[in-house]
Design a protein around this ligand. Sequence first.
Ligand SMILES: [Zn+2]
Length: 227
Amino acid sequence: MESALLCVDITEAVLDEAIKLGAGLIISHHPIIFHPLRHITGGTYIERVVARAITCGIALYACHTNLDSAPDGMSRRLGNLLGLRNVILLGNPSPCDPRAGSGVLGELPEPMQLHEFLRHVKKILGAEVIKYSGGGKKVRKVAVCTGAGASMAGDARRSGADVFVSSEFRYNDFLDAAGGMAIADVGHFESEYCAIDLVYDIITKKIPTFALHKSVESVNPVNYITA
Ligand SMILES: [Zn+2]
């Protein structure tokens, strides 16, 4: 294998890109086979990608939850991007490694108004919109969980976070947040796009000469009309 392609999701466009680049491996954040496939008849994009990857001899690999909960994994990466300091684990540590687990808690160097903080997050992530609720006081302690992290809201609240940055919150989560810890739904893809740079850095550190490509076809499947 001469090179690998890094992406968030393996779509048909990403597979085409890998073929064009001659990459023998695609490393995605999300596993393309999330539910077992009963057949590969090309009825869905998943079946088409899997069938074509087999035909073209391209291996598909995803770290997903392991990368989420690794000590220097996804949430810590996002926390670093947002400029958090004194970053610690948010949820319960893994029984296998006390440094591993879901979500992180950190502090901003200076307290910020919630709006000011959210504009900062929007800019860093290149997010078109951020859905939020709650707040009213300045934010300093920030909880972060990449991907669908709504289930970590209780941990975030107990940790004393002023704001919880994640995605896939439900309507009731926004109601719960009113007047208390703010929640900021930055979007699933937006919160996990950092996976590409994270895996890139890990691999290039270990194998500096290996050719890695960051996919240009790995795009947000969710679109927004903003004007
Ligand atoms: Zn995800």
